[in-house]
Design a protein around this ligand. Sequence first.
Ligand code: GLN
Length: 339
Amino acid sequence: MVDDPTDQITDELREALRDQLVDIHARFADLDEGEIADYIPELAGANREHFGIAGVGVKGKVIEVGDTDVAFTIQSISKPFVYGLALEDHGRDGVLARVGVEPSGEAFNAIELDEVSNRPYNPMINSGAIATTSLVKGESQVERLHRVITTLSTYAGRDLQVDSATFFSERATGDRNRAIAHLMRSSEMLPVADIDELLELYFQQCSVLVTCRDLAMMSATLANGGVNPVTGERALAQRYVKDVLSIMLSCGMYDYSGEWAYRVGVPAKSGVSGGITSVLPGQAGIAVFSPPLDAKGNSLRGIRVFEELSTRFSLHFMEVLFHNNTLGHAFDRTPDAEA
Ligand code: GLN
């Protein structure tokens, strides 16, 4: 397990951190902008008032404010976790042969492949995620679904379920994803016999119900090197954690990813149901849930909360290096000084 710097944090400090989250929550609670996704009809019924912020440290301590217990479907936030499963099933090269690691700069549901390799640009957009789901091993559809749900559950530390209504709703309206899958198969990049079966698995993966607290716990598992901080169960081999995190940093926020890396600077993933979850490696997972989305499909309050958190706590990965630059200290240390 990764050493937990929050270990030394007293209850008092934790209370102070909670106060900051309460303050940030209050600050954005009245922000009434953005649209709830309705291209999957079942998502349209979400309550735009719901708003939660949750953080889980790598020792499993939870700090939460607002609607952190409301269940919603995970949607695209499933993508990095299933990518990890594909890496375990096929290794890095096996997965790289099918899905790239390049930000696309295109919308999450773009019908576009890399012109040279025919691969989807990255596993965080729909094309790449569908290709990734096709890499999940299993003798049968039931076994593959079981493996996907078990993996997500291991990250969350509890048994997660598929929301059938959302699954049926997306299956009934998912022609764009079907088109993407057929395009990939036509360019021989999706060697599956049954595209409908693959899409069912992808839609089920997206329809797994989570809460904001679950998302923070799933991120905390990545922050903790792949081991759930509460159950102690390993969800992902340590060697693949950095692969998942670097994809989240470069591609996790669709065509806002570059701006996110610039403004917020933490690995993260968003979904159209209004969740954003982020990882502070070695420290914590933080998640926000608020259904109204901006034009790119990211939770509007979620973006604002993370910008604020990043500024208040100097979370940006380039800033963290300045504050805790152990490598720099090593160079400063002269042999004399060490003696
Ligand atoms: N299930 C959704 C889709 O494939 C996920 C998209 C998202 O969250 N951006 O369209």
